[in-house]
Design a protein around this ligand. Structure first.
Ligand code: UGA
Ligand code: MN
Length: 332
């Protein structure tokens, strides 16, 4: 065998060996491809990691909130609400304490409210003074007696003379003396015997001049209300004296404090014709077109002109005649 031939044989063997090794490697790789691999452990570990990171984030967020609250316990400062000055004339009678108790407990639910209670009396009575002290409301207590000629007498029909006139005027005077141009607020005349929804107070809160809404159980109909077209008051639904300048009950409107302060002559008139008491104030303040309809364009009744029955004291009177009347030191 020549040298040349020997070399050729060696190369051939090397090549064969190389070829065999490559084939084996390839076969092994191909076999591995189909094998199932246990990856669940790996993915479980990573999802645990994500969850614990989320928990940490939410714990830190909670911590941050707590720390922020500690720095400012009332939360972010809220803009102050305009005060609702609620003016209530009231007079001594058997149901007075019951009426004022019910009204005060309604008003307690209204934020930013100041109750101006004006007694139709020459002095402040202890019944009203004590009730106000206990009420928990911010209040002002005033009194003025209706002149005798204008006061309803026992047995008079209640429509004969207007009621609560000088009392409401005294409250207006108090506002003019104790509030100024920088005070935001609205004035509402709330008689002691009506029924008020809490929603009503939020309807009137942002009155620009005079806001209006329906009143239930008044004027001999289910409700009286301003009629509204395209957001403006165009007339009134009322059956009794429809030609009054503002055929509305006292409970059906609120006046902005700045408007009242800007019109120092605006007041209620004792001489107003029957049913015209509301008009006697409003005529000097607004025109019908300027009225601001509230309570869903005056389609919701949120105040009722309820009137309380006068309690019958037949038995009490008979007992008094026998010297057996109830203990007068117990207040009713
Ligand atoms: C209706 C209206 O709802 C009243 O707002 C309005 O003052 C009255 O007519 C009127 O035309 O003068 P009405 O239910 O008939 O009301 O009147 P009351 O509820 O008897 O009196 C209205 C307010 O005045 C009450 O808060 C009441 O306590 C007070 N009042 C009544 C007095 O301060 N003195 C009185 O002698 C009688
Ligand atoms: Mn009434």
């Amino acid at each position: 065998m020549t040298m040349k031939m020997k070399m050729k044989l060696k190369l051939k063997n090397v090549f064969m060996l190389y070829f065999l090794v490559s084939i084996c490697g390839l076969m092994y790789a191909l076999m591995q491809l189909g094998q199932p691999c246990d990856c669940t452990l790996h993915s479980r570990q990573s999802s645990d990691l994500v969850h614990s990171r989320d928990r940490t984030i939410s714990r830190l967020q909670g911590e941050l909130k707590r720390l922020q609250a500690r720095g400012n316990p009332e939360g972010p400062p809220k803009p102050a609400l305009p005060t609702i000055y609620t003016i209530t004339p009231t007079y001594t009678r058997l149901v007075q304490k019951a009426e004022l108790t019910r009204l005060s407990q309604t008003l307690l639910h209204v934020p930013s409210l100041h109750w101006v209670v004006v007694e139709d009396s020459p002095v402040k009575t202890s019944l009203v003074s004590e009730l106000l002290k206990r009420s928990g409301l911010p209040y002002t207590h005033l009194c003025t007696q209706t002149p005798k000629d204008f006061k309803l007498q026992e047995g008079d029909p209640n429509w004969l003379k207007p009621r609560g006139v000088e009392q409401r005027n005294l409250a207006l005077q108090w506002l003019r003396e104790n509030r100024g141009p920088s005070d935001e607020g609205v004035v509402y005349f709330a008689d002691d015997d009506n029924t008020y929804s809490l929603r009503l107070f939020e309807e009137m809160r942002f009155t620009k001049r005079v806001s209006v809404w329906p009143v239930g159980l008044v004027g001999g109909v289910r409700f009286e209300r301003p009629l509204v077209e395209r957001g403006k008051v165009t007339g009134f639904y009322t059956a009794w004296k429809p030609n009054r300048p503002f055929p509305m009950d006292m409970a059906g409107f609120a006046v902005s404090l700045p408007l009242l302060l800007a019109n120092p002559a605006a007041r209620f008139h004792l001489s107003a014709q029957r049913g015209n008491l509301e008009s006697s104030l409003l005529q000097t303040l607004v025109s019908i077109e300027e009225l601001e309809p509230r309570a869903s364009n005056c389609t919701k009744v949120l105040v009722w002109h309820t009137r309380t029955e006068k309690p019958k004291m037949k038995q009490e009177d008979a007992l008094i005649l026998q010297g057996l009347g109830s203990d007068p030191s117990i207040e009713v």
